[in-house]
Ligand binder design. Structure first.
Ligand SMILES: C[S@@+](CC[C@H](N)C(=O)[O-])C[C@H]1O[C@@H](n2cnc3c(N)ncnc32)[C@H](O)[C@@H]1O
Length: 214
């Protein structure tokens, strides 16, 4: 979680709804994310999967969604922010892949998209406001088809000065080894731009679990 997001959260008083918080976050800037797909998604999905159906949870401005659609996936892309979804849809149209993407607005704390997917991806699905993450990730696992993959990528530093390891994300999901095979459970370092344009090394936790085919 970036220091900037935490600063925004501290500015708010009392309970702030997810939609209001994230809408405000996106509306404050013309563009929040780079538009590029997350490197771990490109690496894991590019090397392990043939295209099928995908669910992108917390898709933001659509960098991953559009990349997946370009690889031939049919994507359901979900976010709580209408502004983020509008930007993602505009970019998808420009990229010529809008017909392969179904954009849906959900507050995942309240509702979850119906359906089963060959890939369910949750990339940096963190929120500085109250968010039932374990419950949402359990629902994410339930939405994976037999033979399909659940890919979770987290910031290892979930809040400034506090670190988590990938097991801490996987264990509470309580996925039975009779039904799931852990393909990746690792902390990975990558170079990322810092707030003042300097380069910084950040650590991602990568969890890739495959639901065994029946
Ligand atoms: C840290 S951003 C990551 C965005 C994108 N996945 C990426 O990797 O760039 C978290 C995203 O989750 C969305 N989000 C946060 N809380 C949510 C909720 N309760 N329901 C649906 N989306 C949510 C935010 O709007 C935001 O786009």
């Amino acid at each position: 979680m970036s220091d900037e997001l935490h600063a925004e959260h501290r500015e708010g008083r009392g309970h702030v709804e997810a939609e209001r918080f994230w809408e405000d976050h996106y509306r404050r800037r013309e563009r929040v994310w780079s538009g590029r797909a997350n490197p771990v998604l490109v690496d894991v999905v590019g090397s392990l999967q043939r295209p099928g159906t995908a669910l992108d949870l917390g898709c933001g401005e659509g960098g991953d969604t559009i990349w997946l659609a370009r690889q031939g996936w049919r994507v359901t892309a979900v976010d709580v922010s209408a502004t983020a979804l509008d930007r993602a849809a505009a970019d998808a149209a420009t990229a010529g892949v809008a017909d392969r993407i179904d954009f849906r607005q959900h507050d995942l704390a309240a509702t979850f998209p119906i359906g089963a997917f060959d890939l369910v991806s949750a990339q940096y699905l963190h929120s500085p406001i109250e968010f039932p993450r374990v419950h949402v990730l359990q629902e994410a696992a339930s939405a994976v088809t037999p033979g399909g993959l659940l890919l979770i990528v987290d910031h290892a530093s979930v809040s400034p000065g506090s670190w988590a390891d990938p097991e801490e994300t996987l264990a509470p999901l309580d996925l039975s080894p009779d039904e799931w095979h852990t393909e990746r459970l690792e902390a990975r370092e990558r170079e990322a731009p810092g707030p003042n344009g300097q380069r910084a090394t950040v650590t991602d936790n990568v969890i890739a679990v495959r639901r065994l085919a029946r």
